[in-house]
Structure formats: structure tokens, C-alpha cells
Design a protein around this ligand. Structure first.
Ligand code: HSE
Length: 314
């Protein structure tokens, strides 16, 4: 049996629509073993069929590796809330891709060594992104840290589909996920976006997305505060999220350094740096949440390791 652990992700980070993502310390754990027939435990019945996204990714990756599908028994222990913009679909796709790759290692008689080679990591990012459609979630899910990821079909000479650059995130940065009590399907959250944007809005976002990247790599929270505004997706999506403006205002009032819509939403993520500011923010936001609404606060660290696995755990 193999146990695979995949971190949650927060994508876009404001202006970096479909290109920036960061891994967080909230995890889905998948236990996989060969079985006489497909079986899924640990999730709602509607997800426990053979079309479970993990299994789809598993079969897709086996196909990429030139192997026939092999039935497995999958047990899911999920911390990442479903359809909340924290990368739950990406975690399933990453998990399935990893399970397929580990099976190939086993088939080829190689001793199961810990971790992954750089070429295996690239393969996993590609396979999971192809399945999930969003490299800004799949790349940090595989690699951990903060990732810039693009689909490279327009990049001449690119040998693979996704080009991802990974950077570690400062360990004293705290990411506060404010999770609403309702789901928002990514498809619906993408359907409200305009097909084209003005040059002024494109320039607004391009500059800020580049600056977000610099701010995280330099651990400069003040720069991130200025950089994480957006005109491509957040202004359109907030209409789908009752309470968005109130939670955003509450986060700012509670002292957040920066706030953004996590992925396609509906979760918002706020940043604080250092124990004093984090403690103050946590006290204030929790008392605001207690006073009204059913949003949940999860205080998370960056995950700088990405996907991991253990073979035959006790
Ligand atoms: N970048 C994608 C979006 C992430 O915002 O739609 C989807 O999880």
C-alpha cells in the first residue's frame, strides 16, 4: 500500500490569474493499493464511482506511461474542503498521477526510493495539469512553495506542456483561509469572466502579477500588499460570493498584510507576517466571525515540500 499526501493550494494570489499558485499546510491523504476491482472509500457516494477524479488521473497517467489501467482500492482522508478554491480537485489529480508513477516504478522492479527525480516532478506537473486544467494549482500541489506556471504550447522548443518555476515561501508567513459555508464550482466562477479585457486592465494585472512574484521571493509583505490587486477575475467573481466585501473589509480591519480570492473562490486568503501580527489578526477575525456568519477561519503555513508518499506504512 502507498500513502500519498498532497497539500492544498491557493491560486492566482490576486493578479496572477491562471499562472500563480502557492501550497498550504492543509492536506489530502490517499491510500492506494492494487485490488480485484475499483473501490473508493472516504468520500461522498457521488464521488465514489470509477469516475472519481483521482482514479481518472491515475488512469490518464498510466496511459501517458504506456500502461493499461490496473484496478485499485483508494481510501481518501480529505482535509481540503471541496469546491472552495483551495485546490481539492488538483490534489486528487496530483494524487492519481503520483499513484500511477509509483506503480510503474514497482512494475519496473526498481527499489522504491524516497522522493522524485527532477524529470519525474516535471512529468507529474504535466500529467496533473493536463487532467485538472490549471497548472497554477497542480504545480504547487506537486512541487510545494510558490510557483509560477504556464502552459507552454506557445513556447518554441518546449519539450513539455507546463513550465513551472518553484520558490520557497518564508516560514513565518501565515495564510488565513476564510472559508464560507457554501461551494462554488470553478466552471461557474469562470463562466462569469469576460472573454476579453482592456489593454489598461491587462497592463494593471501584468505588472502586479510580476510584482507578486518578486514580493514572495524576497519575502516582502509590504510589496505584496500593493501588488495583489486584480482586475481580471475578482471583480467579476465577487458577485457570486455573498459576504465577500464584508470578509475582505474585516480582514483588512484585523490587520492583514494582503487579501485575495483563493483560486476561483469562494474562499478568501489573508496574509500576516510574524507571531504578533498573526496573533492579533486571529483574535480579531475570530471574534468578527463569531458575531455573524458561518465562515470558518483556518490558519495555515506555507508548504514548501509538495507531494510526498510512504510505501507500506505501519
Ligand atoms: N486559476 C484558476 C481560476 C484556478 O481562477 O479559475 C481554478 O482552481
Amino acid at each position: 500500500m502507498i500513502r500519498i499526501t498532497v497539500p492544498a493550494t491557493t491560486a492566482n494570489l490576486g493578479p496572477g490569474f491562471d499562472t500563480l499558485g502557492l501550497a498550504l499546510s492543509l492536506y489530502d491523504v490517499f491510500e492506494v493499493e492494487r485490488a480485484p476491482q475499483w473501490q473508493v472509500d472516504g468520500c461522498e457516494p457521488k464521488f465514489s464511482g470509477e469516475d472519481n477524479l483521482f482514479l481518472q488521473s491515475f488512469r490518464h497517467t498510466l496511459h501517458l506511461l504506456g500502461l493499461e489501467p490496473i484496478p485499485v482500492h483508494l481510501k481518501i482522508s480529505a482535509e481540503i474542503p471541496v469546491a472552495r478554491g483551495l485546490g481539492s480537485s488538483a490534489a486528487l489529480c496530483v494524487g492519481g498521477a503520483v499513484a500511477a508513477l509509483l506503480l510503474v516504478r514497482e512494475c519496473s522492479g526498481r527499489e522504491m526510493k524516497p522522493g522524485f527525480d527532477p524529470d519525474e516532478l516535471e512529468f507529474l506537473v504535466d500529467a496533473a495539469s493536463e487532467m485538472e486544467g490549471h497548472p497554477d494549482n497542480a504545480a504547487p500541489g506537486v512541487l510545494g512553495g510558490f510557483c509560477v506556471a504556464i502552459m507552454a504550447e506557445t513556447c518554441q522548443g518546449a519539450a513539455r506542456h507546463v513550465i513551472a518555476s518553484r520558490n520557497p515561501v518564508a516560514s513565518d508567513w501565515r495564510f488565513h483561509a476564510l472559508v464560507p459555508p457554501f461551494e462554488l464550482e470553478t466552471k461557474k466562477a469562470r463562466a462569469v469572466l469576460p472573454q476579453s479585457i482592456s489593454r489598461a486592465d491587462a497592463v494593471f494585472n501584468v505588472g502586479r502579477a510580476a510584482l507578486v512574484s518578486q514580493a514572495i521571493c524576497r519575502a516582502d509583505a509590504a510589496m505584496l500588499a500593493c501588488a495583489c490587486e486584480d482586475r481580471i477575475h475578482q471583480p467579476y467573481r465577487k458577485a457570486l460570493i455573498p459576504g465577500y466585501d464584508e470578509i475582505l473589509t474585516a480582514c483588512k480591519a484585523a490587520g492583514a498584510d494582503a487579501v485575495w480570492l483563493s483560486g476561483a473562490g469562494p474562499t478568501l486568503v489573508a496574509l500576516t507576517v510574524g507571531p504578533a501580527k498573526t496573533g492579533e489578526f486571529t483574535g480579531r477575525i475570530e471574534s468578527i466571525l463569531k458575531a455573524g456568519g458561518q465562515w470558518v477561519h483556518k490558519s495555515l503555513s506555507p508548504d514548501n515540500l509538495g507531494v510526498s508518499y510512504v510505501c507500506n506504512p505501519d
